[in-house]
Design a protein around this ligand. Sequence first.
Ligand code: C5P
Length: 234
Amino acid sequence: MQNPIIVALDVPTAEQALKLAREVAPAVGAFKIGSELFTAAGPDIVQRVRDTGAAVFLDLKFHDIPNTVAKAVAAAVRLDVQMLTIHTCGGAEMMRGAEESAQQTALQSGRNAPLVLGVTVLTSHDSHTLSEIGCEANVGYQVERLAQLAVAAGLRGLVCSPLEIAALRQLLPEKVQLVTPGIRTGAEKADDQKRTLTPRQALDAGANWLVIGRPIYAAENPREAAERILNSLT
Ligand code: C5P
């Protein structure tokens, strides 16, 4: 089994990120670099995290005109990331262009193409906030609609909430990779994640990758916390 744990490096500086990454790298499969760390530390942070031997998931959620997104994806491939995110509401042409750009740039750079993951409806949305921006569909319907559009456009993976995994697994081809945040073991303090699954439950429901932040980086001993989670999966 591949190690499905992706640790979210949700810390503000390169120093903190690298300290955490070096400490937990042997127990995890990948690290997620989001907008805060990337903006604060700059693109070099990708290679420095790659130097720990783990894969990098660049979570910048690109959403722009197709040409701009394709070029941003190409730049991310050249940084040597293994996973990256784009917004599915950018439309089919944008998603097709992103996937093609990932494949072509990887070929030119002699690398494997990264997994381009589609983000459907952010979990901060509900039907009220969707309606505010002119979308009258309920959240579940909109997630399924965007997920199907993403797969039809050639994407090989999606980010989804724990509660969407089962429905998307019914709907989508088996080979589509599902990446899910909102993972809690039950041992940590309550926080802003409301609808959660344990790591084992998320994999059983059909997730391929688990994005885990605070249960690892806020633990007293992050390495032990990651190892405990890994052991709970085997
Ligand atoms: O600390 P925690 O385990 O909640 O971190 C989860 C990570 O996944 C954070 O980087 C957060 O931004 C991200 N995420 C999320 N919920 C989503 C999408 C992404 O928690 N729906």
